[in-house]
Ligand binder design. Structure first.
Ligand SMILES: Nc1ncnc2c1ncn2[C@@H]1O[C@H](COP(=O)(O)OP(=O)(O)OP(=O)(O)O)[C@@H](O)[C@H]1O
Length: 253
């Protein structure tokens, strides 16, 4: 694995979108509705959502509390089953997919959550290694090397054998980023990754995600309330009461 520490690409041009050929979509959602509950308690949460994510894009998903952001993210991540419409992720249709297909799709997605979800009994390196162990093509030596390399790339080279309790909130979130990106997934889904961090650590964490994503050419969908990080986006989606409001290019830089 090659991880360089070059400056982020501020052009916002997706790395895979430079050859003039048609760009495949990483996520393509059409006419998705979603309901929770049964019978008289059945409630519609998402309404006729259609969207596409292209290779290398960083897309922010914003919206008020309860508007359906996490529900949408979990549906496109294969973490819950979509019921209607079409949800194609990495060329797999998730509507009607069986559990095996969902598991296969999940293997190719990196997830980052608000609470970093590191296992307390494992060191930083072991937490990152777990994600690579889902990929049988790597030998034990490669798994160990790649984990150490990406932890260095996120600035934790000196702390690879630390346990989470001995890392700060920002450092733990860096381990979570390393864990999500070590296998070079084509898609990273991040749910409020800066919510538990102070503003400097939050900024550092998203800039790190932005840099690694541009270097690896992966697509990131990032759910956030954090207005301080909107400028990292190539595009900002806004959802309100389950309706997608806008899909605009971010021309801030
Ligand atoms: N498992 C569930 N069962 C029933 N209702 C649910 C479930 N999960 C979420 N909801 C409801 O769906 C709606 C959307 O929730 P969701 O978590 O997707 O919103 P959100 O935009 O991510 O909110 P927040 O910003 O507060 O995290 C809310 O009204 C919520 O109460």
């Amino acid at each position: 694995m090659k991880i360089s520490l070059t400056q982020p690409d501020k052009t916002g041009v997706p790395p895979h979108n430079t050859g003039g050929s048609p760009v495949p979509t990483v996520v393509s959602i059409k006419n998705l509705n979603h309901y929770f509950g049964k019978g008289s308690l059945r409630k519609q949460i998402l309404f006729d959502i259609s969207l596409e994510l292209k290779p290398g894009e960083i897309v922010l998903l914003t919206g008020p509390s309860g508007s359906g952001k996490t529900t949408l993210l979990t549906l496109m991540g294969g973490l819950r089953s979509p019921q209607t419409g079409s949800v194609k992720v990495l060329e797999q249709e998730l509507v009607g997919a069986n559990n095996n297909r969902l598991v296969e799709v999940r293997r190719n997605i990196g997830y980052i959550f608000q609470a970093h979800n590191l296992l307390k009994s494992l060191t930083a390196r072991q937490n990152v290694q777990m994600s690579l162990e889902l990929h049988p093509q790597f030998s034990a030596k490669e798994v160990s090397q790649k984990s150490a390399e990406i932890l260095s790339a996120v600035g934790l080279g000196e702390r690879i054998d630390y346990y989470p309790e001995n890392l700060s909130g920002g450092q733990k979130q860096r381990v979570a980023i390393a864990r999500a990106l070590v296998s070079h997934p084509k898609l990273v889904l991040a749910d409020e990754p800066t919510a538990a961090l102070d503003s400097k650590s939050g900024r550092d964490v998203v800039e790190l995600m932005q840099r690694l994503a541009k270097e690896q050419g992966c697509t990131i969908l990032l759910v956030t309330h954090d207005s301080r990080i909107l400028d990292v986006a190539d595009r900002i989606l806004h959802i309100e009461d389950g309706w997608l409001q806008s899909d605009t290019e971010n021309n801030r830089f």
